[in-house]
Each structure stands twice: as C-alpha cells, then as structure tokens.
Design a protein around this ligand. Structure first.
Ligand code: AMP
Ligand code: ZN
Length: 494
C-alpha cells in the first residue's frame, strides 16, 4: 500500500517515494544519555518505531534505520563531573580522567535506555546502527573542515562557528522553522547546544577545550584546536557516513526543528553540498496538564517509575498510539487505564479464536493468506488509516468497530482464522498482544488438567487410590505435577 507522510519541510502530506528502490533509509535523533529517559522522550522513539514498522508491514519496504546515541554534549559532560550516585554506584568510582567519567556515565544510561525501549516494544535488532557520537569524531572533524573550506565557518578563540550570515547568501536558513531575522546580528555567537529561536545566531561546530572536560585534538590548517564537537554536527556527520545523502526520512520531536534540524540542514548543505533528507517527520509533545513533559519542568515520569505503579510498559506504548503522533498527547493515569482496557478487548478476541485451535495451525497463523471478504475489508480499513500519515486513532477505531459489529465466536471458521492472522500482522506494528491460547499466554493451568485434578481429589476422598494414581499419571503425562495440600492440591507445569 502507498504510504503518505506529513513532511515538515514542505508542510504538506506527501506520497512517500523511496530513493533506493524498495529500501527506506531513516535516521532518528536518539537520546542524550545523561539520565533515565522520561516517557515524553519515549514518545519520539515510539513514533519512529511506529513509522518503521508501518513502512515494513503496510508499505512492504525494507528499512535501514539508524538512531544515534548522544554521549557527548553540555549535559553529559556536566553530569559526568558531578557525584550522581545512581551511575557511580554501578560504574565504580569517578576518576581523574574526564573522558573516562563521561564514557562511564553515558554507557550506564545507554544500557538503561536500551532496556527501557525493549520493554516498550522497540526491539534493538531493528536498528541498522545505534552510533555513539564519540565514535565518529573523525567524521565530524572532516565535515567541519569542509564547511570551513567553503567559507561558511570561522575559528574564534579556539572554537569553530557556523557563519549563518554567509550561509544565507547561498541558501535559506529557516526551511523547517520560520526564523525572525529582524533582531539577527551577524557574528553573534552561541556556544550552548540548546538555544531558543530568538537567539538565531552563529552556532558552534567545535568547542574549545575547557579545563576538566574531555577533548580531542583537531588539526585545522596547521593549528591544533583541542576541544569537542557541538551537538548538531554529530547527526550530520553520522547520517552521511551511515546512510549516505540524501536519505529518505529523518525523525525527531517538534522541539528539534529549531535549532537542531535547521542546523543539520545548513551543515550538510554547506559541507557536503546536499541536504540530508527528503522527508522531515516530527512528533508532537507528550504533555502533563498542558505543559511539555520535561526534566526541567520536573513534571516527568520515567518508565521505571510507572512500572513501580504496576503499569505495563506495553500499555504506555498502546496509550501513546491512541493519539495521532502530530497531536499533543496529555498523559494521565486514566488514559493508561483506558488504553489497557481497549488492548485487553482485542486480546480477549484473540483468545476466543486461539483457544479452539490446534497448536500447529496457531503456530503458522501469521503466514496464512487472508481470503474472506470480511477480514480483507477490515485489513483495508485499518491499513489505509495507517498509510494515511500513521493515523493510529482511526486505524484502531476501525478495528474496534469490527469487534463491536461482529461477535468473534459467531464468525465462520475461515473468518476467525483470517481475523487471527490479521491481528498477528497488525501486532508487528502495535506490539500490544500475545498471539496464543489464554492459558499459555497467562501461564494458567489448562481446564483439562484442573478437571483431572478434581477427579483425582474425589477419587482420593472415596479412598479409590488406584484410580487416583491413574489420574496422577495422566496429569504427569500431560506435562504437569500435582502435589497434595491441606486444602486440596497444587499444580505446576513440569
Ligand atoms: P533528548 O534526549 O532531550 O535529546 O530528547 C530525545 C527526543 O525526545 C527528541 O526527539 C525530543 O524532541 C523528544 N522529546 C523530548 N521531550 C518530549 C515530550 N515531552 N514529548 C515528545 N517528545 C519529546
Ligand atoms: Zn540529531
């Protein structure tokens, strides 16, 4: 099916046209690993995962997906210098070497991040690469040199800055975001990685070494500029190296449009002569009471905090997909609860069909060809909404309309099998359900075993021990052990 996506560059919804035959190359701005990611951050990664899974399942594309790990920037350096017990306890003592401290802190939180996204259904086997910024310093230095050689960057006090005014003579600065240049003064420089729109100014590509901070040597025209990269240059260099330019899709949260993505475009265009990507796709914020969830506002939840409240991460995933990615999503516990109920309604339909099936048919259900009109229509109704700029709320609404209008147990056998097959394919996108029999999925003791155990109990009470032994053997042969207790029995799977 053809996929349409909203492109922040053209501000239009467009049909996706891949650059390399059937392969989509996609780059997602990843986490800055100085602390646990909050679920606001997670919305950005869940959106990227939803996109790549929809492209695979609905669009039939092969995907090359890269997500970077920012392990050097203002915040990672700041936190590697302070005594923050969470990472120090596990990673040993802080040393005198700033680089070692930075790598220890960021490695710790990178691992936590990979654990967390795994629980949210973002499986890291889907990444073509998860490059760490510190492994691509040479590539960043190469790009900075190219920009200097094109006359669009200059050196000042040991740092290198992108010359916005010079760039504007050749190309538009402000493709993703309308920048107000009224107060713009050529030569005003900004050193920090994150800044506000009204501060549009020359931004830093390479920062001069500061005492106590990690640094790399950098030879430019015979002079050494010891220092470290700015944040924006990282993504430009890694996407060029790992995906080649231009690639198909670049994702990130709306807050990254400016300055990060605007600066990425300018760097690539100035240095390589090519814009990074054809489609810029941005997710809206996850909010709490009308405000962006963020560390600085202090209104955030990490996944581990939600797990402590007995919330299943898969319900976080499903609830976030209940809103369209380009609308704000207000996080509430009621919202999570509603998502869980909706998810379980589908799970119960799965059980209704799966419980009646032989194991062999169940194992192969995903590969079945859907043939019945009813389920073909359902598939079309759901997939066409996903293909329509990932409209998950409408796609799910169409699924629930089907469930409301059709009692699953009253469908024909073929329709039931097709339905299960379809849900199994849809689950490649939503990762919300378990395709199996209830007792297996929920680790329950099958009714048949319970019946045998009750018969055995009755036989024992009637002092019919030969019969009780026979029933015990039957239960064992079916893969369960039975133990007598004072209230009756206890059964366990062998
Ligand atoms: P960071 O680790 O701060 O670089 O952020 C990682 C990603 O999370 C970026 O794509 C941000 O745009 C995104 N992000 C941060 N806060 C939120 C939020 N409250 N809702 C949605 N996305 C967010
Ligand atoms: Zn980035």
């Amino acid at each position: 099916m053809q996929i349409q996506l909203y492109n922040s560059l053209t501000k239009n919804t467009e049909i996706l046209k891949p650059i390399h035959n059937n392969e989509i190359r996609m780059y997602s701005c990843g986490p800055t690993v100085y602390n646990y990611a909050h679920i606001g951050n997670m919305r950005a990664f869940l959106f990227a995962d939803l996109l790549q899974r929809t492209l695979k399942t609905v669009g039939n594309y092969d995907i090359k997906w890269v997500m970077n790990i920012t392990n050097i920037d203002d915040k990672t350096i700041r936190d590697s210098q302070k005594n923050s017990p969470a990472w120090l306890n596990e990673m040993g003592k802080q040393t005198d070497d700033p680089m070692e401290n930075l790598l220890a802190l960021t490695k710790f939180y990178e691992q936590k991040f990979i654990n967390d996204i795994g629980k949210l259904g973002i499986n890291n086997i889907h990444f073509f690469a998860m490059p760490k910024a510190t492994d691509y310093i040479v590539e960043m230095q190469d790009l900075i040199k190219r920009i200097i050689n094109k006359g669009v960057a200059y050196i000042s006090e040991g740092s290198v800055y992108f010359n916005v005014n010079e760039y504007r003579q050749k190309d538009i600065y402000g493709k993703l975001f309308k920048i107000d240049f009224e107060n713009f003064q050529a030569g005003t420089r900004i050193d920090s990685d994150q800044y506000e729109r009204e501060q549009a100014s020359d931004f830093v590509l390479w920062k001069a070494r500061k005492e106590g901070e990690p640094f790399w040597d950098f030879e430019v025209d015979g002079q050494n500029l010891p220092g470290r990269p700015g944040w924006h240059i990282e993504c430009s260099a890694m996407e060029y190296k790992l995906l080649g330019l231009p690639f198909d899709i670049h994702t990130g949260g709306v807050d990254l449009k400016f300055p990060h993505h605007e600066d990425e475009i300018a760097q690539s265009k100035a240095g390589y002569g090519i814009e990074p990507t054809n489609y810029w796709c941005h997710n809206e914020f996850l909010e709490v009471e009308g405000e962006k969830m963020s560390k600085s506002a202090g209104n955030f939840f990490t996944l581990r905090e939600l797990e402590e409240k007995n919330i299943d991460p898969i319900d976080v995933r499903f609830s976030i997909f209940s809103a369209h990615y380009r609308t704000k999503y207000n996080f509430t516990f009621n919202g999570i609860d509603a998502a869980k109920k909706a998810r379980i309604r589908v799970q119960d339909c799965i059980y209704a069909v799966a419980n009646e099936l032989e194991e062999e048919i169940l194992i192969n259900i995903h590969n079945r060809q859907i043939q019945t009109e009813k389920v073909k229509n359902l598939q079309n109704d759901v997939y066409s909404e996903l293909a329509n700029d990932l409209h998950t709320p409408k796609a799910l609404a169409n699924l629930f309309t089907f469930i409301n209008n059709n009692k699953i147990s009253e469908l024909s056998k073929d329709e039931q099998l097709d339905f299960l097959c379809f849900i199994s394919k849809l689950n490649d996108i939503f990762v919300a359900w378990k395709i199996g029999k209830k007792e297996e999925v929920e680790n329950l003791i099958p009714q048949k075993i319970l019946d045998l155990a009750n018969q055995r109990l009755e036989a024992k009470q009637n002092k019919n021990f030969a019969e009780a032994d026979k029933l015990r053997n039957e239960i064992t042969a079916l893969g369960y052990t039975i133990k007598d207790t004072k209230d009756g029995f206890e059964i366990e799977k062998i």
